[in-house]
Design a protein around this ligand. Structure first.
Ligand code: HPA
Ligand SMILES: [Zn+2]
Length: 339
């Protein structure tokens, strides 16, 4: 297994499903709470970790939104972002398309510009100092209203000059179908933004169909439950849309009870363009390599399977064709050096 871990770390790959606020490690949470004079309901790092027992998505979201309270100043968003980039740079991640939840911050009085500029400054430094390229995607919280999503889209307009390249849809899935945001996504498309959405994590395959047909997304986040609908699966295999699957997240939020039951292999076998990602690594027990290792071991993936997953992440990214070719060529070189 040591050999496989080295192989995974050596392969260039992109992370396409990462909520920045979900990379807030307990140690940083304590540090920022002290720095910003915020009272936490925990006394120690161990107490924080003990609270990370979730039986579903909502259990996690309650703790995730509470954890965000320590993020107050632009420097906090910088520190959070740069710490994440330092971790993944060591795991062969060459490119990341980061999600963040502006409404989780503006609703508590932290300015959109404070959040966004702190993140962007760290992403620039990540490119310069770590060689990791990146894009920024802002997600709408689907438990909030269409009107609030429109207000956020409006507030973000000054950053649609290439600094925020797309919009996503996250938070509580059940009862908040993609159709609720059809008009917001139409407006985002008119602004030439890339479109992604979480669907089929807890919600049914029907929510995936809505995300595809009504929101007309460029990439699907999670999508695990797609395979419950054979016609939809065939359509999405044919279209080649990328799926950003998050194995440790699915295990921690009880979408699967055992990693051996994870649908990733079935999804690959059905011809879907599957990628592996970490979602909220500080809460779910690991970054990219840990996610790759968990499915590799549980589903007995081969080196070829792992290479396909890495190629899919590059192909499914919003990089230019030229950049994709450069990374794909590098993957081929590394794969042949391990044969
Ligand atoms: O896994 C997730 N699902 C939905 N919303 C989220 N917000 C952060 N992580 C998630
Ligand atoms: Zn997610």
């Amino acid at each position: 297994m040591g050999d496989l871990k080295n192989f995974i770390n050596a392969l260039p790959k992109a992370e396409l499903h990462l909520h920045l606020e979900g990379s807030l490690e307990p140690e940083m949470m304590m540090k920022l709470a002290t720095r910003n004079n915020i009272k936490l309901p925990y006394q120690s790092v161990d107490e924080i970790k003990d609270a990370y027992n979730f039986s579903n998505l909502q259990d996690f979201l309650d703790i995730y939104y509470q954890g965000m309270n320590v993020l107050q100043m632009e420097q906090d968003f910088y520190d959070l972002t740069f710490a994440y980039l330092e971790k993944i740079a060591k795991e062969g991640v060459v490119h990341v398309e980061v999600f963040y939840d502006p409404q989780g911050h503006t609703s508590r009085g932290v300015a959109f510009s404070t959040v966004t500029n702190g993140i962007l400054r760290a992403l620039d430094d990540g490119q310069e100092k770590l060689g990791v390229s990146s894009e920024l995607i802002m997600s709408f919280l689907r438990h909030l209203s269409e009107e609030e999503a429109f207000a956020t889209l409006e507030e973000a307009k000054p950053w649609f000059d290439g600094r925020i390249i797309g919009v996503g849809l996250d938070s509580s899935e059940m009862g908040h179908p993609p159709s609720k945001f059809e008009r917001v996504f139409n407006a985002a498309r008119d602004l030439d933004l890339k479109l992604v959405a979480h669907a089929g994590e807890e919600g049914p395959a029907e929510y995936v169909r809505e995300a595809i047909e009504l929101l007309m997304i460029d990439r699907l986040d999670h999508g695990n439950r797609t395979i419950e609908d054979a016609d939809l699966t065939q359509e999405l295999a044919k279209s080649g849309i990328a799926f950003t699957v998050c194995p440790l997240s699915n295990l921690k939020l009880c979408g699967v009870t055992d990693m051996k039951e994870h649908p990733l292999r079935k999804m690959m076998a059905a011809g879907l363009k599957v990628t592996v990602n970490s979602d909220d690594p500080a809460y779910f027990g690991g970054y990219m390599t840990a996610n790759f290792m968990s499915v590799t071991e549980a589903l007995e993936l081969s080196k070829d399977d792992i290479a396909v997953l890495c190629r899919n992440s590059i192909e499914g990214s919003f990089l230019t064709d030229e950049e994709k070719t450069r990374h794909l060529d590098r993957i081929d070189i590394i794969v042949s050096s391990y044969q």
